[in-house]
Write a protein that binds this ligand. Structure first.
Ligand code: NAP
Length: 291
């Protein structure tokens, strides 16, 4: 039995789909408010709970052999990126889980102080490595599926809002490839107790994204480039009213202000270990947009 957290999220939903296509038994950890109807239709077991509650995690982990942790932080890195994963790891040990797959983030080990999610991911990675469990830690760069709503917006308006330095590099990864890699991690010898940077085949500059949209929709992009001080100004104003929100925005500030790309060697290692050819951003978008 697999336990998938974040099963209604961008990665988790795809993980469940792949597992069910292989007829694997899957328990999905979902909230009562989540949209989980399609998971049920696919034949996944639905476990309703809240990852903020240790007792829910304890119940969900009973009798599982594999855990794929793919939930998000919902604005509370301490409770969800950190505490919930620590409890999942403890329960994995308690239940003799055979393999734990943790979706971390590219740059988790860089020690970003102002980014609660990055700090939590780094602490969880260390905890998992010291746990004695078999594990695979995946550190993805940005997900291609995040760009689908922006592409739809571009289709209507031709506009693209680019925050920060247009020359910053990124390795946006196909969310389908990432889900496949997460599933394959539990059975591949070469993935056991390893950490992988997970990115697409191309190192893109941020300014390449509107160009790709332009090619796909055959439309000249109008790029609005907002410098980072605009974001910082908004963040500081928010902080006057809500210091907790300002703190949470540190993760986004870190994402906007830094480069997150995989080296050619990292992609080669990934492709070789998982016997996969990583899909380009343009191919992913064309596939989903039907173009
Ligand atoms: N998105 C990216 O570009 C990116 C890049 C690198 C790494 N990652 C990492 O990948 C993981 C998944 O990201 P994603 O973009 O696929 O996530 P997502 O689409 O934002 O989905 C988040 C998931 O977590 C669930 N969740 C949130 N709070 C919960 C709670 N209290 N109890 C139970 N479930 C809860 C959500 O359930 P509901 O449906 O109920 O909201 C949803 O299924 C995250 O750990 C993220 O840090 C993401």
């Amino acid at each position: 039995m697999f336990l998938v957290t974040g099963a209604t999220g961008s990665i988790g939903r795809r993980v469940v789909r792949i597992l069910r296509e292989q007829s694997m038994p899957v328990r999905t950890f979902v909230r009562l408010t989540s949209r989980y109807g399609d998971l049920e239709t696919r034949g996944a077991e639905i476990f309703i709970g809240d990852l903020r509650q240790d007792k829910d995690i304890q119940k969900a982990c009973r009798g599982v052999q594999y855990i794929i942790s793919a939930h998000g932080s919902d604005g509370d890195a301490q409770a969800l990126d950190y505490r919930a994963n620590i409890e999942l790891i403890d329960q994995a040990k308690e239940n003799g889980v055979q393999h734990f797959v943790f979706i971390s983030v590219l740059g988790a080990a860089r020690g970003y102080e102002d980014a609660p999610t990055f700090k939590a991911k780094q602490a969880v990675e260390k905890y998992l490595q010291a746990s004695g469990l078999n594990y695979t830690i995946l550190r993805p760069s940005g997900l291609a599926s995040n760009l689908l709503p922006l592409a739809e917006q571009f289709r209507q308006t031709g506009l693209y809002l680019l925050n920060g330095d247009p020359k910053n590099r990124t390795s946006i990864v196909s969310t389908d490839d990432l889900a496949q890699i997460a599933v394959d991690s539990v059975s591949l010898e070469g993935a056991r107790n390893q950490i992988f940077a997970v990115g697409g085949p191309d190192i893109l500059k941020r300014e390449d994204i509107p160009r790709i949209f332009g090619r796909i929709f055959n439309r000249e992009p109008i790029v609005i480039n907002a410098p980072l001080f605009v974001f910082d100004g908004i963040r500081n104003t928010v902080g006057l009213l809500n210091p907790q929100a300002k703190n949470s925005l540190g993760t986004l500030r870190t994402l906007l202000g830094n480069e997150f790309f995989c080296t050619a060697e990292e992609i080669a290692r990934l492709q070789m270990t998982y016997n996969i050819k990583m899909e380009s951003l343009e191919s992913f978008l064309r596939r989903y947009l039907g173009l």
